[in-house]
Design a protein around this ligand. Structure first.
Ligand code: NDP
Ligand code: OXD
Length: 314
């Protein structure tokens, strides 16, 4: 079966090698090597150029190279009726949990202050903040949000999540919808955004959300960690909230524009940590098996797993 590989960031050779090792019948091809568009049955894509997928007349399914699918859905010419499948993978969830746990601990253990002290050779030991006194709030309690919530809970943080519908996760408080948003924000010291980018979440985390976060927590002001999509937060509002002392810190892995433009004030802000969209990178070794299993399902006439709801946008 022919699978078209489309990505401006992933290595074709890496993915091709993994596909070959798992199923010699799976033939990965790059756009420039496609002689006959009708030969392509599947596409594996990150940020495909507009119109490209519509030119494949026998396409059976589109697999996203990531958990997010906004990079595919923004093409308004997508072929009708062709299912879009997103990456759902424990490995990806583990990487995301590492990132969020790391930064929640850096914030709660005040590691940046300790680093600054070391530079000045200062020996100042203060009473540590206990993770059990820090309230983390995760926006988006989906596949990644749930896994992250459980790991933070295991370390002792007080964890809550906010999503469209309520979730049952032991010792994680669940808030849902507009009606419970204010209560969720008011009990949150570290806000983590793991929302997908959809028409509803576009520009959602700005001044009015940030200003509802708790001011009476142990961190001396709320902090914000953005790992979902940069188009969900508003960078000017984050900078303003930091500059007027409302936010104590921001950790940003995703941005309104990527790569983050050189002129962005975020690069040099003393209370901002910038990372280059690397919180959880899709590993071909674990994704390829699920793509092949899904293709086998389709070929048998069974339904695909992890199909995106195009109306909802995630
Ligand atoms: P899921 O689709 O499993 O989860 C999305 C969650 O967001 C769900 O809990 C959903 O609620 C909630 N949600 C969506 N829209 C709204 C809304 N309008 N209001 C309230 N809640 C909402 O996605 P994943 O957990 O797999 O991934 C989340 C995102 O993480 C991806 O879309 C991607 O953008 C990003 N990502 C970033 C990476 C990085 O390296 N920085 C790596 C991988 C992913 P409900 O469950 O009730 O429907
Ligand atoms: C994803 C990402 O969506 O890496 O998987 O951002």
């Amino acid at each position: 079966m022919s699978i078209l590989f489309i990505s401006d960031v992933d290595s074709f050779d890496n993915w091709d090698a993994v596909f070959r090792s798992k199923d010699p019948r799976a033939q990965l091809v790059e756009c420039e090597d496609v002689d006959d568009p009708a030969s392509i049955e599947y596409a594996l894509a990150w940020n495909p150029p507009d119109g490209l997928l519509a030119r494949l007349p026998r396409l059976k399914a589109i697999f996203s190279l990531g958990a997010g699918v906004d990079h595919i859905l923004r093409d308004h010419t997508l072929p009708k009726g062709v299912p879009i499948v997103r990456a759902v993978d424990t490995n990806l969830a583990m990487r995301m949990a590492e990132y969020v746990v790391l930064h929640c601990l850096i914030l709660s253990r005040q590691q940046r202050r300790l680093d600054a002290q070391q530079v000045k050779r200062l020996w100042v030991s203060e009473l540590p903040v206990f993770s059990s006194d820090v309230r983390v709030g995760i926006m988006g309690l989906g596949h990644l949000g749930r896994y992250v919530a459980e790991r933070l809970r295991d370390i002792g943080f007080q964890v809550a999540g906010w999503s469209t519908g309520h979730k049952e996760i032991p010792e994680v408080a669940s808030f849902a919808g507009e009606g419970e948003l204010a209560s969720f924000l008011q009990r949150t010291d570290i806000l983590v955004s793991l929302l997908p980018h959809t028409p509803k979440t576009h520009g959602f985390i700005g001044t009015s959300i940030l200003r509802q976060l708790s001011r009476d927590g142990v961190l001396g002001g709320p902090a914000f960690i953005s790992v979902g999509r940069g188009t969900v937060h508003v960078e000017d509002d984050i900078v303003e909230a930091l500059d007027d002392g409302f936010l104590s810190a921001a950790v940003l892995d995703v941005f309104e524009r990527e790569p983050l433009p050189e002129g962005s004030p975020l690069w040099r802000h003393p209370r901002v940590t910038v990372t280059p969209h690397c919180a959880a990178v899709t590993d071909p070794r674990s994704i390829v098996s699920s793509v092949l299993a899904n293709i086998a399902r389709l070929e048998r006439g069974d339904s695909l797993e992890n199909v995106v709801n195009v109306e909802r946008g995630y």
